[in-house]
Design a protein around this ligand. Structure first.
Ligand code: KG4
Ligand code: ZN
Length: 347
């Protein structure tokens, strides 16, 4: 069987086709992403109206190219997996209305997929066999910062989340404050790396680790961002110290994420830690988390997607769709029943 995955929740129009069988084995045949990053860079962040217009222009050519690369025909697919939320409503609607039109013409069902669940399944694309349940999932992206226990496929219990900004959003806002451009995460991590390379004895600029003392597993990154702003305002020479500020800011975010993750591992009996979302591209986060898990626990492995699947893509949506297709048949729907929701929760 074949499934077509479609994603347009923010600033990437993406399509993917995966071949799969009833036993859940699969192979990615094609994965096409049309990214708008260079368009939004001029504005220092995603402009919803511009994103919406771009999606309208790119979604069909993206799907067309995806079919050409896969060498299969539209009528060969068994279903369309579609991101139905959360995300920018004016972006979500592009892939959604396209999926509905194609489903009507091709007479195929649609499987609505939560974007966060898509990110979770991004780790399964290349590591399906390494993930043992129950697993602890840390989803860190521009819009989401969630700790969840995954008891089995398609079953999640949220145990912690951000009360304000997500880690990726904090990176983006910090980069904006320092005039470093968008998206902030990759630039800050490069600057931090540069600082570490040039300074054998790194000196941290003091920044808070928010909510470490709180009894729960929630996060808050907006205070950290404000703390950075005040530091920059007080420091006349901050422009000369940008790499040091980036190193210190990144360290504060990573320390906080790791502290709460370790706390969650101690509370819940999990076998695998799964790190997903755009921020999982951060090398330092992966290295430090891996080191800490090895130090403190035996037999718990860390799994994360390869770089090509950390950001928004449609392969993760198609794969989540396969799991629904095989094990959650009630989510296979007629196009008339498809609704998008910008605030969709993971359930
Ligand atoms: O998952 P994603 O592509 O989109 C959302 O669903 O939000 O995540 C994008 C976020 C951005 O905030 C970006 O700054 C962050 O991921 N990001 C990083 C890195 N690469 C991307 N954050 C830290 N370090 C990175 N290397
Ligand atoms: Zn995403």
């Amino acid at each position: 069987m074949y499934i077509l995955g479609l994603e347009s929740s923010c600033d990437e129009s993406a399509a993917s086709i995966i071949k799969f069988n009833n036993a859940g084995n699969f192979k990615v045949l094609s994965d096409v992403i049309s990214s708008q990053i260079t368009i939004h860079q001029k504005y220092g962040g995603v402009v919803p109206e511009i994103a919406a217009r771009e999606h309208v222009l790119t979604i069909l050519p993206t799907i067309d190219e995806c079919f050409k690369k896969s060498k299969i025909k539209p009528l060969d697919i068994s279903a369309i997996a579609l991101t139905s939320g959360p995300g920018l409503i004016t972006s979500l609607i592009s892939a959604s209305e396209t999926a509905k039109a194609l489903a009507l013409v091709w007479q195929k069902p649609i499987i609505p997929i939560n974007h966060i669940e898509g990110h979770i399944y991004s780790a399964f694309i290349e590591n399906q066999k390494k993930i043992k349940f129950p697993a602890l999932i840390l989803t860190v992206s521009g819009g989401h910062n969630i700790l969840a226990v995954m008891e089995k496929n398609l079953k999640y219990k949220i145990i912690g989340q951000t009360l304000d900004d997500a880690a990726g959003e904090a990176f983006d806002k910090a980069a904006k404050m320092m005039g470093l451009g968008y998206p902030g995460g990759p630039i800050i991590s490069q600057m931090a790396k540069k600082y570490l390379k040039e300074n054998k004895n790194p000196v941290e600029i003091e920044l808070p680790r928010p909510m470490l003392g709180s009894p729960n597993l929630n996060f808050s990154f907006s205070g950290l961002k404000t703390a950075l702003l005040y530091k920059l305002k007080k420091d006349k020479n901050w422009k000369k110290k940008i790499p040091q500020y980036c190193y210190s800011f990144q360290k504060a975010v990573i320390d906080t994420l790791i502290f709460k993750t370790i706390k969650a591992i101690k509370k819940y009996q999990v076998k695998t830690i799964v790190l997903v979302g755009g921020v999982s591209a951060n090398m330092k986060l992966k290295e430090e988390l891996e080191k800490k898990i090895k130090q403190e626990f035996k037999n718990i492995n860390l799994v994360y997607p390869s770089l090509k699947y950390t950001g928004d893509n449609a392969t993760m949506i198609a794969l989540a769709g396969i799991y629904h297709f095989l094990y959650n048949k009630k989510n296979i729907k007629n196009y008339k029943k498809i609704k998008i929701n910008s605030n969709l929760n993971l359930s």
